[in-house]
Design a protein around this ligand. Structure first.
Ligand SMILES: Cc1cc2nc3c(=O)[nH]c(=O)nc-3n(C[C@H](O)[C@H](O)[C@H](O)COP(=O)(O)OP(=O)(O)OC[C@H]3O[C@@H](n4cnc5c(N)ncnc54)[C@H](O)[C@@H]3O)c2cc1C
Length: 386
């Protein structure tokens, strides 16, 4: 199936180096992730040393500057790493490893040299885990309305409030946190890097979820947490723009994960229809099944072509706010469609935990919610095209 249309989309974009990384990442996933997925999904977490192992083979730091401990490369380097981890078929593992990819970029984009050198290398070495905390119990879509406060007291801020649904929230050592330092609205928000061991920070038990079972997701409570002013990223009250900017790459990551989730679901279905028989012939002999597979393959290929096109423009530094919103919208819708059809094709087995399509179906469902919901994507596009 190597020349299937969805499998050849990358030929226009990847260099030999990217392909080499893909091979390394694929071997890494086969050896270090795939054999443990069932156990990790059951446990609701995975061994912390996976971060270190992923760092050692250059996957965790893919696309990050070498001067801060990354393994270098570009946007495509990072995409290849995301894709191969997603191909393992456990959204939870990808989400937890990926929490550093949403926590670090604001530090690199807006931090001082001292902050970058202090915070980033231990994360890219897999020694520490990072999370990004934006969403609050009162709402996640309306970031400008967030309520967690940080009040200046000498050389510190004193932080009070709570965050919820935070990926890697249970065990993160560093938390890039959006807080209100000023008045109401977008102009009163700043970003602080808060240590996981800060006095006054408590965390919930891992939240019980529909999918992404191998990732820990937590609520965080800040009760008079003192955070040095020196740990503020960027200018005071200008954090909202850093949060919005950061969403662009998070949305690209989620669109890529959606495409790979659909791809794994499609390919599992293609294998299954050749093996399984009904009414005396393989499923693939039934026209309705054949046409369903064609619908799945067509939507996946179109989604992948578009997501890659947008990624390419992002890699060249172009403004793609409208396009990335469309890409996330379309790719996550495709992933929900394809994984839903995959479960149907597997029949009763598709509903069983031991079949990958069951997990893909559940894991797909978060992709149109996290990092900005589909409704929020539509609002962004509407504002720009209407
Ligand atoms: C497993 C998981 C992991 C997550 N990880 C993180 C993380 O690491 N860090 C983090 O900060 N957050 C994280 N989130 C939170 C996620 O980003 C939010 O759930 C999401 O942004 C939506 O916010 P909300 O849940 O508060 O929904 P709400 O904002 O309350 O929205 C509820 C509904 O109203 C709709 N809606 C809202 N506004 C509009 C509008 N203007 N027009 C039309 N419809 C609208 C939404 O689309 C949605 O359907 C995670 C969530 C989950 C479930």
């Amino acid at each position: 199936m190597t020349d299937a249309p969805w499998r050849t989309v990358d030929r226009d974009y990847l260099s030999d180096e990217h392909r080499l990384l893909r091979r390394t990442a694929r071997e890494f996933v086969a050896a270090e992730i795939a054999p443990h997925i069932e156990a990790w999904e059951e446990a609701g977490t995975f061994d912390r040393d996976l971060y270190k192992k992923a760092a050692d083979v250059g996957i965790l730091g893919a696309g990050y500057p070498e001067e801060y401990g990354g393994s270098g490369g570009d946007v495509w380097t990072q995409i290849v790493a995301w894709e191969e981890i997603a191909r393992a078929g456990s959204g939870g593992v990808g989400a937890s490893l990926g929490s550093i990819d949403i926590a670090i970029p604001p530090i690199l984009a807006h931090g001082t040299e001292e902050q970058k050198r202090r915070f980033v290398p231990p994360l890219l070495a897999g020694e520490k885990i990072a999370a990004l905390a934006i969403t609050e119990p009162s709402g996640g879509s309306d970031v400008a309305a967030l309520q967690t406060t940080a009040v200046r007291d000498g050389d510190d801020y004193v932080v009070n409030g709570s965050k919820t649904f935070i990926t890697s929230g249970v065990r993160a050592d560093l938390i890039t946190t959006a807080v209100r330092t000023g008045g109401e609205g977008a102009h009163g928000i700043s970003l602080l890097v808060i240590g996981g061991d800060a006095d006054g920070l408590t965390r919930s038990e891992p939240l019980k979820k529909m999918g992404w079972l191998a990732s820990d997701t937590a609520q965080l409570f800040f009760d008079d947490v003192r955070v040095p002013v020196a740990d503020r990223i960027g200018e005071e009250n200008e954090g909202f723009y850093a949060v919005m900017e950061n969403f662009q790459m998070e949305r690209l990551m989620l669109a890529i994960v959606a495409v790979i989730t659909a791809e794994v679901g499609l390919e599992a279905s293609l294998d299954y229809i050749g093996e399984r028989e009904a009414f005396g012939r393989p499923l693939k002999g039934h026209q309705v099944i054949r046409h369903t597979l064609v619908d799945m393959a067509t939507r996946l290929t179109a989604a992948k072509e578009y997501v890659y096109r947008v990624a390419d423009r992002i890699s060249r530094g172009e403004d793609q706010v409208t396009e990335i919103s469309m890409a996330k919208l379309f790719a996550t819708d495709t992933s929900d469609f394809v994984t839903d059809r995959a479960v149907q094709i597997f029949g009763g087995y598709g509903y069983m935990r031991e079949y990958t399509v069951e997990r893909l179906y559940r894991d797909s469902r978060i992709l149109s919610i996290g990092g900005g919901t589909s409704e929020v994507m539509k609002e962004i596009v509407a504002k720009r095209i209407l």
